[in-house]
Design a protein around this ligand. Structure first.
Ligand SMILES: Cc1ncc(COP(=O)(O)O)c(C=O)c1O
Length: 387
């Protein structure tokens, strides 16, 4: 194979994200001595629960923390199965739980195991961009579609019916990223039914579950709606363990074995220390719910203060830790606006362009996963910069 051909293949799916580029720019500013307020990243400012850290220490004293089974250690798989009983009242056998390298690793396993080359998988925009970028690496076409702002950008059956051509899969997240919006349970049930009838593989990304603020829209899991859906979840958000690179999926029974073999062949197993920590993290709801109280406080500060700064067009998020604001009335291009803001007052927010290549240049996403002090400082700086 020629070097040209290899260079072409090596770029397969290497779509850069603005988020990464802007993060680099912010780091360069910091290297010059400026303190940057990062409101672009969906990373909790807290560490993992103390009991999770202790569990790793304990385990490292009695075991070598070697390879585990590809689908994870039985204790964690069983604990996660119990989690579905406790949180949602649904029975899931532990064989259906596959522990993964974050939600990202789970999505890769789902894509490879469920779809043929050339399959078409729909994702309503705006959405977390990495899945859209990852699909071409495994020769899957990401089919963007555009749910209405009236349904808080959460897909309806009518949206799915309006997609041109047959689709093989659908990915959605409730609460969603970048909107924090949730899909009401009846809409959820309709979408799940439609997918079953049409033979569309449903992949429900539930990574923001348990970070919800009011019970306006109750949390629901796809496991309760369909035996064929794939559910993806992670320890990165509610459990405050993003760098531990641990997540899980719930798969239909018939996928359990093939997905396990696939995981083994791709990366042998998920991180052993993280798995021992994760078992404990699942028992730390009291500590973790305090983080949710902080997110709710941060959200309320933003809802109150942002309109004063000109960011006055948004839907209040039901969950997650993002506020997705219209900025068209302030700037034609949110990417340029984000750079101006970074250079003008040292506050970094995420331009919507990553989340929706079609309309994202009219939006900006502010993350409030961080500390309340950072949210308040960010607001002070933006106010001064805009006045
Ligand atoms: C909707 C969504 N899915 C998946 C991920 C990736 O998560 P993980 O850290 O578990 O790989 C993110 C990260 O922000 C996300 O927002």
């Amino acid at each position: 194979m020629s070097a040209d051909e290899i260079q072409r293949l090596s770029k397969r799916g290497t779509t850069p994200s603005l988020a990464e580029e802007f993060h680099r720019r912010a780091k360069a500013l910091e290297a010059q001595g400026e303190r940057v307020i990062y409101l672009q990243v969906g990373q909790p400012s807290t560490s993992a629960p103390a009991a999770a850290l202790e569990a790793i220490q304990r385990e490292s004293e009695i075991s070598i923390l070697g390879y585990t089974g590809a689908a994870g250690i039985p204790e964690l798989r069983e604990r996660l199965a119990r989690h579905y009983q406790e949180r949602y009242g649904v029975e899931v056998s532990s064989e259906r739980i596959i522990v993964t390298l974050g939600a990202s690793g789970a999505m890769l396993l789902a894509l490879i195991s469920c779809f043929e080359k050339g399959a078409r998988v729909a994702i309503g925009q705006p959405f977390y961009y990495a899945y859209r970028h990852a699909m071409p690496t495994v020769d899957i076409e990401c089919v963007p579609f555009y749910p209405s702002e009236e349904t808080h950008f959460q897909p309806t059956v009518a949206d799915l019916e309006a997609i041109e051509g047959k689709i093989d899969g659908l990915v959605f997240a409730s609460p969603g990223n970048p909107t924090g919006s949730m899909m009401p349970p009846d809409q959820f049930a309709e979408v799940a039914d439609y997918c079953r009838q049409k033979g569309i593989q449903l992949i429900s990304d539930e990574i923001y579950h348990d970070i919800i603020f009011d019970n306006d829209v109750p949390q629901t899991t796809a496991v309760a709606h369909s035996d064929d859906a794939i559910v993806i979840n992670s320890f990165s958000k509610y459990y405050s363990m993003p760098g531990w690179r641990l997540g899980w999926m719930v798969v239909p029974e018939y996928l359990s074995e093939p997905v396990t073999h696939l995981a083994h062949n791709l990366y042998i197993c998920p991180s052993a220390p993280s798995q021992f920590g994760a078992i404990e993290a699942l028992n730390c709801r009291e500590e973790l719910d305090k983080h949710v109280v902080r997110y709710a406080r941060n959200r309320d500060i933003l809802l109150r203060e942002m309109p004063r700064l000109g960011f006055d067009r948004f839907a209040a998020p039901h969950g997650a830790f993002y506020l997705y604001c219209h900025v068209k009335h302030m700037h034609e291009d949110s990417a340029k606006f984000a750079i101006d803001m970074l250079e003008g007052c040292g506050v970094l927010a995420a331009p919507g362009t990553d989340f929706s290549p079609r309309d994202g240049h009219h939006f900006m996403r502010f993350s409030y996963a961080g500390s309340t002090e950072d949210i308040e400082e960010g607001i002070r700086r933006i106010e001064k910069w805009r006045s």
